[in-house]
Design a protein around this ligand. Structure first.
Ligand SMILES: [Zn+2]
Length: 188
């Protein structure tokens, strides 16, 4: 196959050289409401890679992005957590995989994954939509987990509407949200 970035022939969907030279970690922390949201890549750098989530090829791309982020997280950010669980926004498979499920799996050595929770009952797409539109069209997540310390995972944060809505329903079930992890912050 050809590397998605440099188009040279490679056994990997993103060749080793591009993984090292192009996928540069630019970690940031943003406060959304009172939740810390950790992000790992600049949106400008990886926007076209994040768009692969609409296609089968995205599972391999997300594995590469998530793996690199999780190594950084383990080395730099992860305090000694115990009994911390992760949930992914819209963690239900499309095209044979779930992109937030791939994030959960890659962080599973530190944060225990709870797969298939936080599914939007309102299947609306927020990409390209205004803050007002997002606030007027909540995703109406279903969520059944109770009494846990939780981390929310998503691929991208834009306005923060989805994460705040997720936090509300998670806390209604007597859980505590510790922070959120996203691959990229698109707000800046
Ligand atoms: Zn390449």
């Amino acid at each position: 196959m050809r590397c998605l970035i440099c188009r040279k022939w490679s056994f990997r969907i993103i060749c080793k050289t591009c993984q090292e030279e192009f996928l540069i970690l630019k970690p940031k922390i943003r406060l959304v409401g009172d939740i810390k949201v950790y992000s790992f890549y600049s949106y400008e750098d990886i926007a076209f890679l994040l768009n692969t989530k609409y296609y089968a090829i995205g599972s391999r791309v997300f594995n590469i992005l998530a793996k690199k982020a999780s190594v950084y997280f383990s080395q730099n950010l992860s305090d000694s957590f115990s009994e911390v669980y992760g949930v992914g926004i819209d963690d239900n498979p499309k095209k044979g995989y779930s992109h937030t499920g791939i994030l959960l799996k890659n962080f599973s050595s530190r944060i225990k994954p709870i797969y298939g929770e936080l599914n939007a009952r309102n299947k609306i797409q927020y990409a390209g939509k205004s803050l007002a539109f997002r606030q007027n069209n909540p995703k109406n997540f279903s969520f059944k987990v109770k009494n846990r310390n939780l981390v929310i995972f998503d691929d991208i944060i834009t306005t923060g509407t989805s994460i705040l809505e997720a936090k509300n329903i998670i806390e209604k079930n007597n859980n505590r949200v510790l922070f959120a992890l996203v691959l990229s912050d698109a707000s800046s």
